[in-house]
Write a protein that binds this ligand. Structure first.
Ligand code: PXL
Length: 281
């Protein structure tokens, strides 16, 4: 029996609302990998759709946590960072990647900061510059279309895009410094939605598209990123992992739409993780 792959997930804990570590941990476990966590902040809820949430910044703990892991000779096959609680955390995460990376480490950065043409509350334009810098230290980046546009200093545009526009966007994003790019929120026609992935070493672009489900569901970026990372850890190719991630994220959204849960409460990933785990065998 081989040891499990070990990943360190660097995200916040939003107590309620099913995003960041409350979805990354169970999904990575369902993928059959070990998920260590470095929390960046602790909130009562996520910041989209709730009023008066609490926020405890954990910037001061992060370097100490990393130093302890290093001292104990703990190694990681992969890192997956998402929501960072302060601007200073960006440089700390870069230092952590430099401390632990080996030629075999897979570093995935989701530059979580915006959606639907708007920055999330608490973030400033400096966060955009910082996240673009952090993306330069990743092997794979997973921006949505808003984050992609902001990091490239472009205006946000929604709606269908041509395959030429998508290819240009993916190539420009990879110039931030990551070999591979998975862009979410891609729409090729009025009725579809999905993701496109690009491997700059081969020039290969693949699409994973499904029928569009109306509404803005919270936490879907983190659910998608976790499904993607889990599949990559289990040896799937970038294109296969992107297809799997779109497939199971859409399945979770469809169930949420059906059961009537308010979109701010997150998506019903719990109902699909068993099938997800089996699909990786
Ligand atoms: O899923 C992204 C996310 C993560 N963490 C916090 C958030 C959000 C999106 O709004 O507010 C705290």
């Amino acid at each position: 029996m081989k040891p499990l792959k070990r990943i360190a997930a660097i995200h916040d804990i939003s107590g309620v609302g099913k995003c960041s570590l409350t979805v990354v941990l169970p999904i990575i476990s369902a993928a059959g990998a070990e998920c260590a966590v470095m929390p960046t902040a602790v909130l009562s809820t996520h910041t989209g759709g709730f009023e008066g949430y609490t926020f405890r910044d954990l910037t001061d703990d992060m370097k100490n946590i990393a130093d302890h892991w290093k001292k104990e000779n703990i190694s990681f096959d992969a890192f997956y960072s998402g929501y960072l609680g302060s601007l200073d955390q960006i440089d700390i995460v870069i230092d952590i990647y430099n401390m632990f990376r080996t030629p075999d480490t897979l570093i995935m950065v989701d530059p979580v900061m915006a959606d639907d043409g708007k920055l999330y509350p608490l973030f400033t334009p400096d966060h955009v510059l910082g996240m673009a810098k952090l993306c330069g230290h990743a092997d794979i980046i997973v921006p949505n279309r808003t984050e992609a546009a902001f990091m490239l200093g472009r205006g946000y545009k929604d709606g269908p895009m041509t395959t030429d526009e998508t290819a240009e966007l993916l190539q420009s994003l990879s110039k931030l410094g990551a070999e591979k790019v998975v862009l979410t929120g891609v729409q090729l026609n009025d009725g579809d939605l999905g993701a496109a992935c690009y491997d700059s070493t081969t020039g290969q672009i693949d699409y994973a598209m499904e029928a569009r489900i109306d509404g803005m569901y919270h936490g879907t970026g983190d659910v998608f990123g976790s499904f993607l990372m889990g599949a990559l850890l289990r040896g799937k190719s970038l294109a296969e992992a992107t297809k799997i991630a779109v497939n199971f994220t859409c399945a979770a959204i469809r169930l949420t739409a059906k059961d009537g849960t308010p979109p701010r409460m997150g998506v019903r990933f719990e109902s699909v993780i068993n099938d997800y785990g089996k699909s990786l065998d």
